[in-house]
Design a protein around this ligand. Structure first.
Ligand code: DGY
Length: 319
C-alpha cells in the first residue's frame, strides 16, 4: 500500500477509488491548505494529488522524499507545478486534459456574450433598483453574427470555443504553435494567422494558450493597441497571459470596447482598475466548475496516480 496525499477537497468518488488501493491522506479543511501544513503532510508520500492552488516546487518535492513517484494535478493547466524539478527527481507529473474542454469553452462563450451584449451591466442595473424602461438605445451591445473570433491557442478548448462561435455565425482565425487537424480546420472554416494579423482582424479575441515564460503578458499594451477599438478580449486560460494593468488602461481609455475574464494575474485578487469598469465582465475562475466536469477531473487525476503507483504509464502524462 502506498501513501497518497490529496492537497484539497475533491469529489468523493475519486477519494474512494484511491482508498480502495492505498492509504489516502486528504486535506478537507474549508480553507486552502497552508504551505506549512502541506510541507508537513507530504512527508513520506508516494503520490501527491494536487490542486492548482498549491505550488508544487523543489521544496515540496524534497519535503515529500525520494519515494515520491507521481504528482497528479487536478487541472489541465500545470503552471503551479515545476515540471523540470519533477523530471530531475524522476517523478511523473500528470494533468487532466479533455474532461474540462466543453465546460471551459461554455464559460468562454458565456463571457463573449456577457461582454458583447452587456449582460453584467444589465443584471447590475436591475439589482441596483434603479428605474429603467425599454428604449431604442438602451444598453446596446454588439452582434456576433458575421464577426470574427480570433483564438489564441487552438488546442482542445480553443477549438471547442471556435465550434460554439461558428454556431453563432462567426468567422474563425487562430494563432497556434502548430497547424490543427485539417479536417477540423475545414469544418470550422478556420484560418491560421500570426498574432499580429489575428489582433488586427478579430472582433473578439479569446485566449486559450497555456501559461509559461513564453506567454507571460502575451497580451500587453502593444497588443491591445493593435486590436480594433470595437473589439473584445476574453481570457479563460491563465491570468498572467494578459497584462492586467495594461488591460484596465485600455478599457478605461476606449482602446478596446470590452473584456470578459475568468482568470486573474494575482488570483484571487482582481486589479482594482478593472473592478471600477462597466465594460469588463468578471467571473471567479469558473471554467471547469460543473459537478460532472470536476468529477471527471478528479477521476482522471486518480487514474493517473494509480497507474504510476502500479508501474504503468498514466493516461495523461505532462509531455
Ligand atoms: C484548469 O484545469 O487548468 C482550470 O483552470 C481549472 O478550472
Amino acid at each position: 500500500m502506498s501513501r497518497v496525499v490529496v492537497t484539497g477537497r475533491i469529489p468523493d468518488a475519486a477519494i474512494e477509488k484511491l482508498r480502495a488501493e492505498h492509504d489516502v491522506d486528504a486535506w478537507d479543511g474549508p480553507e486552502t491548505i497552508s504551505r506549512d501544513e502541506l510541507l508537513r503532510r507530504v512527508a513520506g508520500a508516494d503520490a501527491i494529488v494536487s490542486l492548482l492552488t498549491e505550488r508544487v516546487d523543489a521544496e515540496l518535492l524534497d519535503a515529500a522524499g525520494p519515494q515520491l513517484k507521481v504528482v497528479a494535478n487536478v487541472a489541465v493547466g500545470y503552471d503551479n507545478i515545476d515540471v523540470p524539478a519533477c523530471s530531475e527527481r524522476s517523478i511523473v507529473a500528470t494533468n487532466t486534459p479533455g474532461v474540462l474542454t466543453d465546460a471551459t469553452a461554455d464559460i468562454a462563450f458565456g463571457l463573449i456574450l456577457m461582454a458583447t451584449r452587456r449582460l453584467g451591466e444589465g443584471e447590475r442595473l436591475i439589482r441596483s433598483g434603479q428605474a429603467w424602461k425599454w428604449g431604442m438605445y438602451f444598453l446596446l451591445g454588439s452582434s456576433l453574427q458575421g464577426k470574427t473570433l480570433g483564438v489564441v491557442g487552438m488546442g482542445g478548448i480553443g477549438q471547442a470555443t471556435a465550434r460554439r462561435a461558428k454556431a453563432f455565425g462567426m468567422e474563425i482565425v487562430y494563432q497556434s504553435r502548430s497547424e490543427i487537424d485539417p479536417t477540423i480546420a475545414a469544418d470550422l472554416g478556420a484560418r491560421r494567422v500570426d498574432l499580429d494579423e489575428l489582433l488586427a482582424v478579430s472582433d473578439v479575441v479569446s485566449v486559450h494558450c497555456p501559461y509559461g515564460p513564453a506567454t507571460h503578458h502575451l497580451i500587453g499594451a502593444e497588443q491591445l493597441a493593435a486590436m480594433k477599438s470595437s473589439a473584445f478580449l476574453i481570457n479563460t486560460a491563465r491570468g498572467p497571459i494578459v497584462d492586467e494593468d495594461a488591460l484596465a488602461t485600455a478599457l478605461r481609455e476606449g482602446v478596446i470596447a470590452g473584456a470578459g475574464l475568468d482568470v486573474y494575474e494575482k488570483e484571487p485578487s482582481v486589479h482594482p482598475g478593472l473592478l471600477e469598469l462597466d465594460n469588463v465582465a468578471l467571473l471567479p475562475h469558473l471554467g471547469s466548475a460543473t459537478v460532472e466536469t470536476r468529477t471527471g477531473m478528479a477521476m482522471l487525476a486518480a487514474d493517473n496516480a494509480l497507474a504510476v503507483l502500479s508501474g504503468e504509464r498514466p493516461p495523461a502524462p505532462i509531455a
